[in-house]
Design a protein around this ligand. Sequence first.
Ligand code: G3P
Length: 217
Amino acid sequence: MKFFIDTANLDQIREAQELGVLDGVTTNPSLMAKEGIGGKENILNHYKKICEIVDGDVSAEAISTDFAGIIKEGEELAALHPQIVVKVPVIKDGIKAIKYFSEKNIKTNCTLVFSAGQALLAAKAGATYVSPFIGRLDDNSTDGIELIGQIVDMYNYYDFDTQVLAASIRHTMHIIKCVEMGADVATCPLDAILGLLKHPLTDIGIKTFIEDYKKHN
Ligand code: G3P
């Protein structure tokens, strides 16, 4: 499974990259705003900086909701750097735009997916990634992990190339459950990635080994 980090924070992206297990980055307008990044030029420059830190795919979101606007924004984003993946919402004009981009070999991430039907249309349009938001489903008393399983099964059954990118991940168990479901990618906050390392028995074991080593050294 690929690991993406879900942030626009450059320090956190560097930290995850230095860990050596990072395969890419996802961002969204809210994550950009959280870092205080605003204005078209600043936003585009920020995407370039992210691409310079990591080796893999970097999702950059189009804000437009009409076909012409999404195409204009997406082409501009894609021209920024070969690692850019254009993030497009799963709406009618978004699906048309994903089809257009797939014919132009521009990678896409179909975002704000909350149902198997939306994921089906994204795959048929040729999306590179589909992003089901599992945390936000859980927030609304619906099992986000179950949706991941449904989409993985559907894509396997029909041999779709679209990769399932589990998004809106909030904690380590979301990641483990996504692995069990066979998600292709999990995009996670840094805390959730580092949280995978945590185990009290590991800490106790290290402490004991160091103490025992010191007995005769
Ligand atoms: O990848 C999508 C993600 O950024 C949304 O996460 O926590 O705002 O639901 P959240």
